[in-house]
Design a protein around this ligand. Structure first.
Ligand SMILES: Cc1cc2nc3c(=O)[nH]c(=O)nc-3n(C[C@H](O)[C@H](O)[C@H](O)COP(=O)(O)OP(=O)(O)OC[C@H]3O[C@@H](n4cnc5c(N)ncnc54)[C@H](O)[C@@H]3O)c2cc1C
Length: 490
């Protein structure tokens, strides 16, 4: 068995970079939580070096008027925070948490299995309560959902963040209640709903997977881009690498995105035209970029100065209101990077000192909206000046950050595509709305990981249950291969 990877290391968009001596940052993906515990257990990844730490509070949301909101893993503790903004909203948060607990119980068991047909899913949701859950999940925007529970603009802004992250959508865009649901599937070290860090950086996850695979006899070939997925008589027969080397195989599993796989690697003549049309129509609009920083000191947040403290442990969201996020998205719809970007930042070094020299820190800033397709200009020219804009915006909340920068790594949407092979810089290999989820992912009719060429499987974020460092599409795809193995041509 062999894994072939075009890059010089495994991990795709889940890797660690050393951007200055001793400063390790998670280059693209930066927080853990989605990676399924079952996979860690099955492959004994802890024996291969994987260590994750949940953070708490989960979020720190500073506001320009110097107030702030902390969202803790514990519901009651968060309610106390919310009471400072609205007593009524504290009660709303209890009901909101119950709503998501019902969702988690319903959806979580579906992650490590092939997707249910949407019609079957509808069938599962019988009775007034279940139908109400489904109605809100599938058809509401995040804003509509939040309006039903909360009155405070700050509370709504804080809770909307997870609905737009990674999506070309604003909080009032249709179906963003559904995208919020995906990001609430965190589970780290058994803490349901929690996010955290992978010790040493996100590259720790693929490194542990690679070590577990090697221990089971898998060969991993780096710097080995696949040029063609080969086929004969309607069945995949292997791959041809750049340079001409051919690897024959009984099954081929692709974790490249569906557009790259089917429009770039497979001979188009071997696939049905209807399937190719559906792949061409997959909606895919990269919305984000990263700015990773090596810092001489911690961000000193004006809303909660000093530290290290709770304001430095989890995710910091820089988004004062739903209107702010909506305005940032409006720029992107016109093909312009947001003048006032929405951001999530983490300073992993506070909980995990292994990623920075003593007394120094790392900061990973995820920036939206930075459309892959620009109305004018190009990302290579914009790169440095837009990173400056990002730092200016961070400085509105933590003025010391720009002068604390020792080194920075900027990954524009174009860099994300070039370096990680993400078509149009899309981190989930395609939008994650309900129209492209469950049995509609990657395209309707082909959601069982088995593709129109026998022996070819799609097992990355483009397949159910979608994007994020989850492992689930690979787990489900591998099980499909095991089922089919006897029927595949040797
Ligand atoms: C900026 C950014 C921030 C993110 N933040 C988070 C986060 O904090 N938490 C989280 O859970 N998720 C996050 N994500 C999403 C997450 O990283 C992805 O959804 C996840 O990496 C998808 O994994 P994958 O294995 O399906 O695909 P990928 O990570 O895209 O990996 C596909 C692999 O295929 C290889 N490949 C492609 N073409 C070829 C070829 N022709 N030959 C050989 N190899 C090839 C690529 O080099 C790559 O290694 C983020 C993504 C981005 C871009």
């Amino acid at each position: 068995m062999a894994v072939v990877e075009r890059s010089d290391r495994v991990g795709g968009a889940c890797v660690t970079d050393e951007i200055a001596p001793g400063f390790k940052v998670s280059a693209a993906a930066y927080v853990s939580g989605l990676f399924r515990p079952q996979i860690i257990e099955d492959l004994e990844l802890d024996k291969f070096g994987l260590r994750q730490i949940a953070f708490d509070p989960q979020a720190f949301c500073p506001f320009p008027d110097r107030r702030y909101l902390l969202l803790w893993s514990d519901v009651e503790r968060t309610c106390k925070e919310i009471e400072r903004f609205s007593k009524k909203d504290a009660e709303g948060y209890r009901r909101f948490s119950d709503f998501w607990s019902s969702f988690y119980e319903l959806i979580e068991p579906m992650l490590l299995s092939p997707p249910a047909a949407v019609a079957d899913l509808m069938d599962l949701m019988r009775g007034p309560e279940a139908e109400e859950l489904l109605r809100r999940l599938l058809f509401y925007s995040a804003e509509e959902l939040l309006d039903e529970y909360f009155e405070s603009p700050e509370v709504k802004a804080a809770l909307a963040n997870q609905s737009i992250i990674g999506h070309f959508a604003g909080p009032s865009s249709p179906c963003t209640a559904f995208t919020l649901s995906h990001n609430l599937l965190g589970n780290i070290n058994g803490v349901v709903g929690a996010w955290g860090f992978t010790v040493g950086g996100m590259g720790g996850i693929p490194d542990a997977l690679a070590a577990a695979a090697r221990a089971r006899g898998v060969e991993i070939l780096l710097n080995s881009p696949v040029e063609r997925i080969l086929s004969r008589d309607g069945q995949a027969t292997g791959v041809r690498l750049r340079g001409g080397r051919v690897l024959e195989a009984r099954a081929v599993l692709s974790t490249a995105d569906p557009k790259r796989t089917f429009l770039g690697l497979v001979d188009p003549g071997s696939l049905p035209e209807e399937f190719l049309r559906a792949v061409r129509n997959i909606k895919i609009h990269g919305a984000a970029m990263k700015v990773n920083l090596a810092l001489s000191e911690l961000p000193d947040w004006t809303a909660l100065p000093g530290g290290p403290g709770p304001q430095h442990r989890g995710s910091t969201y820089l988004c004062p209101s739903l209107e702010y996020a909506e305005e940032a998205f409006a720029d992107a719809k016109r093909g312009t990077p947001s003048r006032n970007p929405w951001m999530e930042a983490v300073t992993q070094s506070v909980l995990d000192p292994s990623v920075a020299p003593p007394g120094k820190h790392t900061m990973s800033v995820y920036v939206q909206y930075t459309p892959y397709r620009l109305a004018s200009g190009n990302w290579d020219d914009l790169k440095a000046s837009y990173a400056d804009r990002v730092l200016e915006t961070v400085a509105e909340y933590a003025p010391n950050v720009p002068r604390a920068v020792i080194a920075r790594e900027i990954l524009t949407p174009l860099d994300l595509e070039r370096r990680f092979g993400l078509t149009e810089a899309h981190q989930s290999h395609g939008e994650m709305g309900p129209d492209q989820s469950f049995s509609f992912r990657p395209v309707p009719g082909w959601s069982s990981y088995r593709m129109p060429l026998k022996g070819l499987y799609l097992c990355g974020a483009g397949a159910h249950p979608g994007g994020g460092v989850m492992g689930a599409p690979g787990y489900n795809g591998a099980h499909a291969v095991l089922e089919d193995w006897p029927s595949l041509r040797a």
